[in-house]
Design a protein. Structure first.
Length: 278
């Protein structure tokens, strides 16, 4: 009961602080309110685990996770390089470039439109637990097989969004370009590709999370003795849940930073779009 009462007290304090920020209308409320909410959840977690005498094998306290994080920086950095920089980022770039190239081909051919997009929907529905072992068998257990899994996972969301964006221009806009004597490539570069940028970035942002998930999950099916997926699977077997949570923190930070970077580039390139100007 003491743990429940303490958790509810912490929640009430955090609630009151957020109400005060909202009513005060302070300019910092936009970032302070989420920060207060996140800190409230962490304190509730810490208090609940400590006072509730929860076993660290079941759920370690945030302070224990932070201590393990600080004490395992070389391991976490090596895993980050293997999984994120080599597997996820490489596969993301390969999948995105391939998707953009195929989107141009699909846009120019009605036959490919009718053939590739349904196949893309089918391939996107394939479970990663089925495709990852195949790529590990083909390409080995090191990061190239993880990059291949990521490339397949991000390819079709980016492709579908890019094709939809290339068709978003109106008939009047296309007629105007033809009136100016513009052929396919000038019309693509000066009209249709800029109009497709918001759609393309939607696909790129969706793919950021898919890339991280694909790279981590693929390591469960074979990897060298380094990598976030390898570390999570072995640490669970060793009951080192604090290290598992430290890896989860790294993945969450990397995913948030990756998504934020793509969103920042989107704002720079699509500043003219109504959704950005608001």
């Amino acid at each position: 009961m003491a743990a429940i009462a303490a958790v509810m007290l912490v929640w009430g304090v955090g609630w009151a602080m957020n109400i005060g920020l909202a009513r005060g209308g302070h300019p910092s409320a936009g970032w302070a309110a989420p920060l207060v909410f996140g800190l409230t959840l962490l304190v509730m977690w810490e208090v609940g685990v400590r006072l509730g005498d929860v076993s660290p094998i079941i759920l370690p306290a945030p302070s224990a996770i932070a201590a393990r994080f600080a004490g395992s920086l070389p391991i976490l950095w090596a895993d980050f390089q293997q999984t994120i920089l080599k597997g996820a980022l490489t596969g993301y770039v390969i999948g995105a470039v391939a998707a953009f190239a195929v989107a141009i081909l699909v846009d120019r051919s009605a036959f490919l439109t009718r053939g590739v997009l349904p196949v893309g929907a089918f391939m996107a529905a394939l479970p990663i637990v089925g495709t990852a072992p195949i790529f590990v068998k083909w390409l080995g257990s090191d990061w190239p097989s993880k990059a291949a899994v990521v490339a397949v996972m991000v390819f079709f969301p980016i492709l579908v969004n890019t094709v939809a964006g290339l068709r978003d221009t109106t008939a009047m806009q296309r007629d105007l370009m033809r009136t100016y004597g513009a052929g396919y490539w000038p019309g693509l570069l000066k009209l249709r590709l800029p109009a497709a940028l918001p759609f393309m970035f939607n696909g790129l942002k969706i793919a950021t999370t898919l890339a991280l998930i694909g790279a981590i999950v693929a390591e469960f099916f074979g990897s060298p003795t380094v990598g976030m997926g390898f570390r999570i699977s072995t640490s669970v077997g060793q009951l080192a849940l604090d290290l598992v949570w430290a890896e989860i923190v790294v993945a969450a930070l990397a995913g948030s930073g990756f998504y934020g970077l793509v969103a920042l580039i989107e704002r720079r390139l699509t500043f003219w779009h109504p959704s950005i100007r608001q």
